[in-house]
Design a protein around this ligand. Sequence first.
Ligand SMILES: [Zn+2]
Ligand SMILES: [Zn+2]
Length: 140
Amino acid sequence: MKCPACTLPLTQLLIEDVEIDVCHGGCGGLWFDNFELGKFDEPHELSAAEELLLVPTDLSVEVDYQAKRRCPKCDVPMMRQFCSPLRRTQVDVCPGCGGNWLDVGELTQVRAEFREKAARAAAKEQPVINKHLRWFVAAD
Ligand SMILES: [Zn+2]
Ligand SMILES: [Zn+2]
């Protein structure tokens, strides 16, 4: 398969039995088949996924990030969609095979959003009353 962003051939990377096509030494983009992205997007999942965040890239490779991408598998135009918990990161989704294309850095953003969401949820769960109790006890 060819990279939908810079047209270099994609390299297959096997991580915990999941095959991911990576633009190794090119733009650093990542191709996930349908449902594969869900195995890597949350920070607590597969620490081996860190490898995907460190794909060697060639900074001289030019990528038009505004251009419409075509699916490397079915050659149909992909759509930009939000696929992250805080809806800040858009990735390319193929309407045909359901695969996802992530430009370099986008997986890091998605994982950071999961982390931020979890932190927010934890902050909410912190019972406020505890603070008052502690204060009350300290003042006694
Ligand atoms: Zn590329
Ligand atoms: Zn496709």
